[in-house]
Design a protein around this ligand. Structure first.
Ligand SMILES: [Zn+2]
Length: 79
């Protein structure tokens, strides 16, 4: 029986029975629960937290509004 450590809560997880597994950078991580797995994926930037996406789209909207003023309604040239 091989035990791995859940990197989020430091709980011992039995590798063979682990339901929550993440492979990243050629390493395998085992988790005790979906919650810990998600926490880890967020930490590693593997998934975007829903809140982050909302802030990001608001930022982009603000950015395009600013561009409208600065460039008189024409989109800025990108090349
Ligand atoms: Zn855990």
């Amino acid at each position: 029986m091989i035990m791995a450590k859940d990197p989020v809560c430091n709980m011992d997880v039995e590798e063979e029975k682990a339901d929550f597994v993440v492979h990243v950078h050629h390493e395998t991580f085992y988790f005790c629960s979906e919650r810990c797995k998600e926490e880890f994926e967020k930490e590693m930037g593997l998934i975007e937290p829903a809140k982050g996406i909302r802030i990001w789209s608001r930022f982009l909207k603000k950015l395009s509004n600013g561009a409208d003023k600065e460039f008189g309604g024409k989109p800025p040239k990108c090349h």
